[in-house]
Design a protein around this ligand. Structure first.
Ligand SMILES: C[S@@+](CC[C@H](N)C(=O)[O-])C[C@H]1O[C@@H](n2cnc3c(N)ncnc32)[C@H](O)[C@@H]1O
Length: 439
């Protein structure tokens, strides 16, 4: 092409970049104006993620534990408080700003672009997970400190233990499924890794995937070994479920998923440094929550329990990880048999025409609540999150049964917050209830 031919092109480019600059200015002005009008007026303001009346309840709960006194203005979406603003800023899960400064939680939401996927909460798509925000709120509401000890006897993929670790609070998590335990331990250990531990080139990752597929994968660092396996399980599961990923190929998806976790690590370390956070490791046990009442070592040991038992037959926790269990050579039937409500012998008693299987589930649920009572210190706090499923068109009244069992074993009932699941596809469960009790 001649010189004359290129020049007009350059001129065009210049015009274009000028346009871009102007455009960005306009957008900047626009968003300033927009924020001025849309953001609440005040220096301690609601998080934009507060959407429901339950969120208002949760804010109220956590302010109770984090401040000396407070008032909430739900129309202006502002809060007035007295107490330690720095503690509030680091801990609170429902405010965007405290005294004009963004909160740690806002940084999480901004960095990860989500209110639930921060740190390693999104490491693996474990079904029926807690919202980390609710766990954080309950920890705040219970006034727990760095000297407290928390328990989750149905810890699943470890939302309670992970959130406690991020807040520098020691915790113990129990779950019956090896996959839950593996994921939880990973979340625990990744918090203490060095950046160089996660340095893998694409070629390294391709070689690792090959080794995993040939069942020859090993690594001197147990955490890295398991991390790669979890990324692999997630990859093959995503592949088996949707054709959407075919284009990327298994290798592409494996690399993408690993890099996602690495990014999560990097973002977390930046925030850790900004706020001077100290993380704590949790103790993770593969065990049966029904044994809790006989565990002498846990008697009156905990300040709080934050937990969610499996809802009556709503999720097949073991079956959904079928591919992973097959790979690990673990017998799913054996794991399922220890599952809450899965004893072989059916109960003889009938309660109000409920199916025998449901009664069996309730029997186990009550035993597990007795165990929780045993494990809490006097004055200890309990939050159980449950939902009512519908089986063959009949509602299974788990929420109220749970509350009843708590009272029967000796707890004092304090509060119930119903948290609707907005846009929930599974209409069998409309929402879940947080039942709060005290020993
Ligand atoms: C609703 S999920 C909890 C999810 C968890 N809150 C999370 O965020 O990942 C219930 C958990 O109870 C576990 N579970 C079922 N029966 C159990 C038992 N007998 N002992 C301990 N855990 C059990 C299941 O494996 C499942 O992970």
């Amino acid at each position: 092409m001649s010189k004359a031919g290129i020049l007009p092109l350059f001129e065009q480019q210049e015009v274009k970049s000028k346009q871009v600059e102007d455009y960005e200015k306009i957008i900047e002005e626009y968003s300033k104006e927009f924020r001025k009008i849309v953001l609440p007026e005040g220096d301690t303001i609601f998080g934009f993620w507060m959407q429901t009346l339950a969120d208002l309840d949760l804010l109220d709960l956590e302010l109770g534990g984090l401040t000396d006194s407070y008032t909430i203005d739900p129309i202006r979406r502002t809060v007035k408080f007295s107490g330690d603003p720095e503690r509030l800023r680091k801990r609170v899960a429902h405010l965007e700003k405290v005294n004009g400064k963004t909160t740690l939680y806002t940084d999480f939401v901004d960095a990860y672009g989500d209110t639930n996927a921060y740190a390693f909460h999104n490491l693996y798509p474990y079904k029926g997970k807690f919202y980390p925000r609710v766990v954080r709120t309950l920890i705040n509401a219970f006034g727990l400190t760095e000297n407290s000890l928390i328990l989750d006897p149905f810890n699943g993929s470890g939302t309670t233990t992970h959130e406690a670790s991020l807040m520098g609070i020691k915790s113990v998590g129990i779950d019956i499924t090896p996959m839950g335990v593996m994921i939880t331990k990973l979340k625990n250990e990744l918090l203490f890794k060095k950046p160089k531990d996660l340095e893998f080139s694409n070629d390294d990752l391709i070689a690792i995937l090959n080794d995993i597929e040939r069942k020859q994968w090993n690594h001197e660092d147990e955490t890295i070994k398991n991390l790669m396996l979890i990324v692999y399980f997630d990859t093959i599961d995503a592949f088996a479920r949707t054709s959407r990923y075919r284009k990327k190929g298994e290798v592409g998806l494996f690399i993408e998923k690993f890099n996602y976790i690495k990014k999560c690590y990097e973002k977390l370390m930046t925030i850790k440094q900004k706020y001077g956070l100290e993380f704590t490791k949790a103790d993770i046990l593969e065990d049966d929550a029904l044994r809790l009442k006989d565990m002498e070592e846990f008697k009156e040991k905990f300040d709080a329990i934050i937990t969610s038992p499996p809802y009556y037959f709503s999720i097949d926790y073991v079956g959904k990880d079928k591919l992973a269990y097959e790979y690990l050579g673990l017998d799913m039937k054996k794991i399922e048999a220890k599952y809450l409500g899965m004893k072989n012998s059916l109960p003889k008693k009938k309660i109000g025409g409920l199916p025998a299987k449901v009664i069996q589930y309730y029997e186990d649920l009550k035993v597990s609540i007795e165990g929780m009572y045993n494990a809490l210190k006097p004055g200890g706090k309990l939050a159980i999150i449950v939902g009512d499923s519908t089986v063959s068109g009949k509602k299974i009244p788990t929420t109220i049964m749970t509350k009843k069992f708590c009272e029967e074993v000796g707890f004092t009932f304090k509060k119930l917050i119903f948290n609707p699941l907005l846009g929930a596809r599974n209409r069998a469960i409309r929402g879940e209830s947080i039942i709060i009790c005290e020993k």
